[in-house]
Design a protein around this ligand. Structure first.
Ligand code: FEO
Length: 389
C-alpha cells in the first residue's frame, strides 16, 4: 500500500495528475493537479474520504493494496474527479456504505449509477464515530456544487475540505509548508472555480472559523499545514475590499486599440493607479482571472470585427461574466474601421456583472484628438472613483 501517514492513522492515498492542462476543458492548469484521497483507520471503523478521478483508478487501487476492510466511503463532493472511483472501490469493498450530503444522493445516482440503498445521507452537524476518531459533517454548499460538505475530525484537528480551499498542482510535497507558489496556485484556483460563489463562501468560512484546525486536507494540491494562511486569504478574496487597480484585457489587430491601451495605462499610472494588461491573443486566461480577484476596475479593449467585438474579447468577457469578479467599475475602449456596435456588444455579454459603467472611448481608425483627451478624462474619472472607495 502506498499510503503516507499524515497523523495518527490518517493516510494520504491520492494520486498526482502531472500532465493535466485543462479542467472542465476550460480552466488552464499550468502545474497539473492532484486528486487527494484519505484513508482513516479508527479503532472500530475504517473510512475513505473522497476517491480519485477514474482515469487513475488502477494506481489508486495499488495505493490501497493490503487494505482488508472498509466501512465507509465518504464523498464530500459528487463531481467525478472525486467520486468517479467509488464504483471501483465498491467492487472491492461491497459492504462499504457511501456517505454523502442529502443533496448528493441524487447526483451520485444519476452520475455514477449508485443504488440509493447503499447511501447514507448525513445532516449538517451529524457525527459518525470510527471508534477513537470521529467525523463531524458540516454542510458547505457551493464549494463547488450545491451538495458540497466538509468533514472535521476533532481528535486530529484535521478538516477535510474537498474542493474548498484547494489548489491545482501536482507534486510530491504533502504540505504547503508556507510556499508562496502554493498560495499563488490557490488564488488561481479560487479565481477560476470558487469566485462565482463568493457570497456563499463567506458563510462557509464562518463555519470553518469556529473549528480548531491544525491541517486542512483538501482534495486538490498540498495539504495546508499553515491553515491560517489560506483561511485569511479566502476571507480577503471574498470580502468587498478591492485594490486600486485596473485590469485591461484587450486585443489589437493593427495597433490602434493597443495605442489606446498604452495611452490610458500611462494616464492611469500618472494618477497613481496600478494597471495590469492582458493581450488576449497570447495571455494565460488563468492569470487574467487571478488579476480580477481584487481589481476595482476592468477596462475592456477591442477592435471591431465586422460591427462587433473581436471574438477573443467576446470569449474573455463571457468568461469574466461567468467567474463574477467584484470589480466596481467598467469601461470599454476600442477602434473601428467603418461602423461599430462595440460597446453594446461587449456590455451585453456580461449581464451577470453589475459594475458601474464609467464610459466608453471608441474611435475610428488610429486614436488622435479628441480621443486622447477622452482617454485622459476616463483615467481621471477612474482615479477619482478609486480614491473614493
Ligand atoms: Fe475537484 Fe468540483 O471537483
Amino acid at each position: 500500500m502506498f499510503a503516507r501517514e499524515i497523523k495518527n492513522k490518517v493516510y494520504y492515498v491520492g494520486v498526482q495528475d502531472w500532465g493535466r492542462r485543462l479542467f472542465d476543458s476550460l480552466i488552464p492548469l499550468p502545474d497539473g493537479t492532484s486528486y487527494n484521497s484519505y484513508l482513516v483507520k479508527g479503532s472500530e471503523k475504517t473510512a475513505i474520504i473522497d476517491t480519485v478521478d477514474p482515469d487513475f483508478a488502477e494506481e489508486y487501487l495499488q495505493n490501497l493494496e493490503g487494505l482488508d476492510k472498509l466501512d465507509y466511503i465518504i464523498t464530500l463532493h459528487s463531481e467525478q474527479d472525486h467520486s468517479g472511483s467509488i464504483p471501483i472501490l465498491l467492487n472491492r469493498f461491497p459492504q462499504a456504505q457511501v456517505v454523502c450530503s442529502p443533496k448528493a444522493v441524487d447526483l451520485l445516482k444519476e452520475h455514477l449509477g449508485l443504488d440509493p440503498a447503499i447511501i447514507r445521507a448525513v445532516e449538517d452537524g451529524e457525527i459518525i464515530s470510527l471508534g477513537d476518531k470521529s467525523l463531524r459533517f458540516i454542510h458547505t454548499p457551493w464549494v463547488h456544487w450545491p451538495e458540497t460538505m466538509v468533514a472535521y475530525m476533532p481528535e486530529t484537528r484535521i478538516l477535510f475540505s474537498c474542493d474548498f480551499l484547494g489548489s491545482h498542482s501536482a507534486g510530491t510535497d504533502l504540505y504547503d509548508n508556507g510556499d508562496p507558489l502554493v498560495m499563488e496556485a490557490a488564488k488561481r484556483y479560487y479565481a477560476e472555480i470558487m469566485m462565482p460563489f463568493k457570497s456563499q463562501i463567506r458563510g462557509n468560512l464562518k463555519k470553518v472559523r469556529e473549528l480548531n484546525i491544525e491541517l486542512i486536507a483538501n482534495s486538490h494540491g498540498p495539504i495546508w499545514n499553515h491553515p491560517e494562511d489560506i483561511i485569511s486569504a479566502y476571507e480577503d478574496w471574498v470580502s468587498d475590499r478591492v485594490d486600486n487597480k485596473v485590469v485591461i484585457p484587450y486585443i489589437s489587430m493593427h495597433g490602434s486599440t493597443r495605442k489606446m491601451v498604452d495611452y490610458l495605462t500611462k494616464e492611469l499610472v500618472s494618477h497613481g493607479v496600478k494597471v495590469e494588461l492582458f493581450d488576449l491573443a497570447v495571455t494565460d486566461i488563468g492569470k487574467l482571472a487571478m488579476a480580477l480577484v481584487d481589481a476595482a476596475t476592468i477596462v475592456i479593449g477591442s477592435p471591431t470585427v465586422h460591427v462587433g467585438p473581436h471574438p477573443i474579447v467576446a470569449y474573455a468577457t463571457l468568461l469574466a461574466n461567468a467567474i463574477k469578479p467584484k470589480a466596481r467599475y467598467a469601461a470599454v475602449i476600442g477602434s473601428y474601421g467603418w461602423a461599430n456596435k462595440l460597446v453594446d456588444g461587449i456590455l451585453g455579454l456580461m449581464p451577470g456583472l453589475k459594475p458601474e459603467v464609467l464610459g466608453a472611448v471608441i474611435c475610428k481608425g488610429e486614436a488622435k484628438e479628441p480621443t486622447l483627451k477622452e482617454l485622459s478624462d476616463l483615467a481621471t474619472l477612474i482615479a477619482e472613483k478609486h480614491k473614493a472607495l
